[in-house]
Design a protein. Structure first.
Length: 400
């Protein structure tokens, strides 16, 4: 028996052709039947997904079904058209067996009941009565941009720690660990640019017997009391290379009297143990008017006069306030000039052992500096440039 086979292919291919009038096309991928009219590209769809199954009383044209309704057949195996108002179909004025007028009355009654039921409405209207968390769509804390007790105490709001412990000055916004330049630093890295005075007269000490300053450098000092060394016959005032220029005193008491001169300026011979010496006056002091002398051999006193040269400090006038007199007084002092020199010094954090000559590196222990280990000078010593004041001298001739 012969078979008739339609033109067939993929739906995508169908869309690119215009089939002749009456030419059928079957899409093998979508299982749809299309028929050409000679004009429409791809043809006209005849069958596919949408189908009507078991329709009875089908009108001659779907255009005439405007007064018909569709219902499931009693046998539940298809659909059928039924006329509106027919006993076997759906009444156009009924929904689930009830007339529209009945439904309207029921709806009005339900609305009236709902309106009069206070429990069905939010009757609380003041801020003290409304529970924010009960509002639909909101929680008790639904505005995270506002502070509350829990959020205020979080470290994300206060990064310094739990509930704002401002325990580190450097963590405060806009401040550093050293943000008060008016205060002195314990490591002495900040220079003092003003007077350092106690708030009470004769009340405080600078250092202590067990915590002494190592070296104190001053340009001038006034003492209103006794100045004594810590032990008898133990310390020096100046040295052979760092001498005081002038010392003024009313009375001096000495155990041994020493001179820096090692040769007699009159004869030129060196002093020896057992020599008798005298003091020869060579000039008068410009400030006090006192005599200035040099030591010579006793036997040289009668030798012919001799001219010698000595370096003397250049003097200049200055003015100070005399607290005892309560007025400005004029004084004379050695003239100085400032100059820059390079020096080697022990770095901060290191210490010289004066008994052994070794240098120790220090470390912090219980907030104190203690010796850690002995190090080489190359580690502990640094070269610095300092500005110093140097006394000006001039050479003068004297006859002795």
């Amino acid at each position: 028996m012969g078979k008739i086979r339609f033109r067939r292919g993929l739906d995508a291919d169908r869309q690119n052709i215009t089939p002749d009038s009456g030419e059928p096309i079957w899409t093998t991928d979508k299982k749809e039947l299309w028929v050409g009219d000679g004009n429409t590209q791809g043809g006209i769809k005849v069958s596919g997904v949408t189908t009507w199954l078991g329709l009875t009383d089908t009108p001659a044209s779907f255009a005439e079904a405007g007064d018909k309704l569709i219902k499931v057949k009693p046998t539940e195996d298809g659909l059928e058209f039924v006329a509106q108002g027919s006993g076997s179909g759906l009444d156009a004025d009924k929904v689930d067996g009830a007339h529209k007028s009945d439904l309207e009355a029921t709806m009005d009654s339900k609305i009236s009941t709902h309106a009069s039921d206070a429990s069905a409405h939010h009757t609380k209207t003041t801020s003290s009565e409304i529970d924010h968390g009960s509002v639909q769509g909101l929680d008790d804390d639904d505005h995270p941009q506002y502070l509350n007790t829990a959020r205020h105490d979080t470290t994300s709001r206060h990064p310094l720690g739990s509930v704002v412990p401002h325990d580190d000055h450097g963590n405060l916004s806009g401040l550093g660990d050293d943000d008060h330049p008016q205060y002195l630093l314990a490591d002495a890295s900040r220079l003092v640019s003003g007077h350092l005075r106690p708030d009470t007269d004769v009340a405080y000490n600078l250092g202590a017997s067990a915590l002494r300053w190592n070296v104190i450098y001053v340009a001038g000092a006034y003492f209103y009391g006794g100045t004594m060394p810590g032990a008898d016959n133990s310390y020096s005032l100046g040295s052979s290379t760092l001498r005081w220029s002038d010392i003024y005193a009313v009375n001096t008491h000495w155990g041994d009297l020493g001179f820096v001169e090692t040769t007699c300026p009159k004869c030129g011979k060196e002093f020896e143990i057992g020599d008798n010496i005298i003091l020869r006056v060579i000039r008068f002091d410009d400030e006090s008017g006192g005599i200035m002398t040099v030591p010579i051999h006793l036997e040289c006193a009668n030798l012919s006069p001799k001219t010698i040269k000595r370096k003397c400090p250049v003097k200049e006038h200055y003015y100070v306030w005399d607290e005892e007199k309560g007025e400005v007084v004029k004084g004379t002092r050695n003239k100085t000039v400032k100059k820059k020199v390079k020096k080697k010094r022990i770095k901060s954090g290191y210490e010289l052992d004066m008994e052994t000559g070794k240098i120790w590196k220090l470390k912090k222990q219980a907030k104190k500096n203690v010796r850690d280990k002995i190090v080489e000078e190359t580690e502990a010593v640094e070269e610095v440039e300092e500005e110093i004041e140097e006394v000006l001298y001039e050479e003068k001739e004297f006859v002795i």
